[in-house]
Structure formats: structure tokens, C-alpha cells
Design a protein around this ligand. Structure first.
Ligand SMILES: *[C@@H]1O[C@H](CO)[C@@H](O)[C@H](O)[C@H]1NC(C)=O
Length: 386
């Protein structure tokens, strides 16, 4: 007892000094050092019962998936074909929108979002992330063709853009609303009359700092529309937490939007008695990226990772999480704690919100080794440059 008694004051001093050191972070070793006004919010979550009721793909169907175009392009986000069946088209990490033109020609540049692409934008071989310059070169995310065959583009840095059917340099349609510049334009869909509905994932962080937005769980994302006739941009929903994918229902009466940080889908009504209002649609077992409508009118949503227990715990205790993030922990380790290991998964929902199908690769034997190699590498760079 006497020994403990004599060490206790010493221990107390060490603990206090340690706490002061971590709180002041004099060597900026914390992952959030240098992030201005970083403030963690608590995060609403589904009950464990709700999560347990979501089926799993015990057969790991995605393990049998074939990997196409591996290692040729970096970070294809939204993928589509044009009305003549050409493609796929995709926006990639070096700021270009590329089109597949067959085995002989490969991926060919279709469009760009900045006029002065200098050598700093050039893709590398093998492809590697260009986080340092993507705000200069562009980062096209969501893409869709309108009825006139023009390609509408959400570029993370340059806003909503349009390019003609033959491609080339895209022109900006809009890049701000209510006096607030878009910071992270992400995905879109187009109504029959040409109105474009789109997401701006954050008004606080650009895409290159997406992990800060995720850690903070901030709610500055917006859902908007752009009317090409009046050229007016309207904010439809505010205070979203990382709104991401956008897709119309088959009958165009509503849109489904994935809200990444909350791990859910929401529904925005365009027609009928609820027009102009939105509601919760479904909780997801993980954090979603894009969502797309099938020919039958169902919705496929892709998850980039499942919920972790660590994240669940921290979501309930923002003050503890804020203190925890002051510790000098490597961003890649943080990423693993909050997001778990890479886990390929996609779920199909009916328009009523019923799960119809789940495809996964729970063991992650194939994806991290092959397809996610580029992605995991990119994540490492992104989180370490937070
Ligand atoms: C394009 O020009 C602008 C304005 O001069 C400059 O700030 C930017 O760095 C240039 N972009 C590239 C990719 O060199």
C-alpha cells in the first residue's frame, strides 16, 4: 500500500501532463490537427434489432464477380452508356471523363472540366491518386445523359456542368445556391422536363478532406435542383450528412438519395400530395455511395463499408470521440477503426423499401487484392493527407 501511495502523485502528474500534451497537440500529431473548428456531432443510428433484420449474402456472390478494366483507370465513380450503346463512360481521378472504345483503343478521353489542363493533371501509369491537384484538374463524380444526349456532370470542385454529345470541354451550369458555393458536388439525376436534381455533399469540406467530414459527422450537405430553362438553382433539403447518390423512381414521382454519414436512404417527393417534402426511407447495414434504379423500378445501393461497433459506440459519445481524435493515431488506423476492412456489398430495395437482394464479399478475399487495390491505396493517401 505504501508503495502505491508514494507512486500515486507521480502517476497523477504524468496523467495530467499527458492530457495537457494531447489537448495542446504541440507537434500536430493528431489526425485532426490543422482542421479548423473541428467539432464532432452525435449521430442518430438504427437499433441493433433493425440492423440484425437486414439479410446477409452468406454465399458471398461477389466473390465470383469478374473484374473488368482492372488497373487501367483510377476511381471510376459513376458508370453509364449513351443512347447508342457506346461506353461505358466514367469520370476518373485525373479529372477526365473517359469512354471505353474497345480493346484496341481502350479508354479514350471524352470530356474535361477545366480548359487549362497542364501536365500536373496527367494520369500516371499505373493510375495513382492526384489529391494535391484535383481541385485544379477536376474530379467528375456523378454523370447522366439528358434527352438531348448532352452529358450532365457533377464535378466535386467545379459544380454542375454540361458537355455536348461529342464531348470536349464542359461548361459550368451552376456552382452556388443561396450565396453558398458548392464545395463537393457529387451526384445527379434528371427529370423528364430536364430539371436536374443533385447533391452537394458538404459546404464545409472538399472531396480531398472527405474523411474529416465523416469523422465530424457534420451536417452541411445539401440537395438541390437546377432548372435549365430559368437557370435557377434551388435548395430543396439542407443539413444533410454527406448526401451522395441520387436516383429517380421509375415513375419519376420521387427521388432516392443516399445519405452516407447516416447510413441510410431518404426519399424526396417530386409529384403527388407530398411533393416538395422528404422522409426517411431505409436504414442500411453500412455506409452507401451511389444508388441507381433498375428497369423494374427497384433500387441498387452500393456500400463501401459496413458499420463497425467502434463507430457505433463513438457516434453516441461525441465528446469522447472529440477527445479520442486528439490522440496521435495514424489516419489509416483511424479509418480501419471507424470503417472496418474493405467489404464489397450492394443491396436491392423495392420502391416500398423492402430488401429484395443482397450481394456481398464478406471475406474480402478478392476485392482488396484486386479491384480495391487502387482504392485502398487511394484511401491511404487521402486519409494521410487529411
Ligand atoms: C489553370 O489556370 C488557373 C488560373 O490561372 C490556375 O490557377 C490553375 O492552377 C490552372 N490549372 C492547372 C491545372 O494548371
Amino acid at each position: 500500500m505504501a508503495r502505491i501511495g508514494s507512486v500515486a502523485p507521480f502517476l497523477a502528474v504524468v496523467v495530467v501532463l499527458g492530457a495537457v500534451f494531447v489537448a495542446l497537440d504541440p507537434f500536430a500529431m493528431s489526425p485532426i490537427a490543422g482542421v479548423k473548428d473541428f467539432k464532432v456531432l452525435s449521430v442518430p443510428q438504427p437499433s441493433l434489432e433493425v440492423l440484425a433484420a437486414i439479410p446477409r449474402d452468406e454465399k458471398n456472390i461477389l466473390k465470383g464477380a469478374e473484374i473488368v478494366y482492372g488497373g487501367q483507370i483510377l476511381g471510376p465513380e459513376s458508370v453509364l452508356f449513351d443512347s447508342q450503346g457506346r461506353g461505358p463512360y466514367s469520370g476518373v481521378g485525373d479529372g477526365r471523363i473517359v469512354r471505353w472504345e474497345g480493346a484496341k483503343k481502350g479508354w479514350v478521353e471524352f470530356a474535361t472540366v477545366v480548359s487549362n489542363r497542364t501536365e500536373i493533371c496527367n494520369p500516371t501509369n499505373p493510375p495513382s491518386p492526384n489529391l494535391k491537384y484535383e481541385h485544379l484538374c477536376g474530379r467528375p463524380l456523378g454523370i447522366r445523359f439528358n434527352k438531348a444526349g448532352e452529358l450532365i456532370i457533377c464535378d466535386a470542385y467545379f459544380g454542375l456542368l454540361k458537355v455536348g454529345p461529342e464531348g470536349g470541354l464542359a461548361e459550368v451550369l451552376t456552382n452556388e445556391a443561396e450565396g453558398q458555393k458548392f464545395k463537393f458536388t457529387n451526384d445527379l439525376d434528371i427529370d423528364d422536363d430536364g430539371t436536374i436534381y443533385f447533391t452537394d455533399s458538404s459546404s464545409r469540406y472538399p472531396r480531398s478532406k472527405f474523411f474529416a467530414s465523416i469523422l465530424e459527422a457534420e451536417e452541411t450537405g445539401r440537395f438541390l435542383k437546377y432548372d435549365p430553362k430559368t437557370k435557377e438553382t434551388t435548395v430543396l433539403i439542407k443539413k444533410l450528412r454527406f448526401p451522395n447518390g441520387v436516383t429517380f423512381s421509375k415513375d419519376h414521382s420521387f427521388l432516392i438519395i443516399s445519405e452516407t454519414r447516416l447510413g441510410r436512404l431518404i426519399r424526396y417527393w417530386v409529384k403527388g400530395s407530398k411533393a416538395g417534402t422528404w422522409e426517411h426511407f431505409v436504414w442500411l447495414p453500412g455506409y452507401p455511395d451511389n444508388v441507381r434504379t433498375t428497369e423494374e423500378g427497384n433500387f441498387w445501393v452500393a456500400l463501401h463499408c459496413r458499420r463497425t461497433l467502434f463507430d457505433r459506440f463513438m457516434n453516441d459519445y461525441p465528446a469522447l470521440k472529440q477527445a479520442f481524435l486528439k490522440l496521435p493515431i495514424k489516419p489509416t488506423i483511424l479509418y480501419t477503426l471507424f470503417s472496418g476492412k474493405p467489404h464489397a456489398a450492394a443491396l436491392k430495395y423495392s420502391p416500398e423499401g423492402k430488401v429484395l437482394q443482397v450481394v456481398e464479399d464478406q471475406k474480402d478475399l478478392k476485392w482488396p487484392e484486386v479491384d480495391l487495390r487502387g482504392c485502398v491505396h487511394q484511401l491511404k493517401v487521402e486519409v494521410s493527407e487529411l
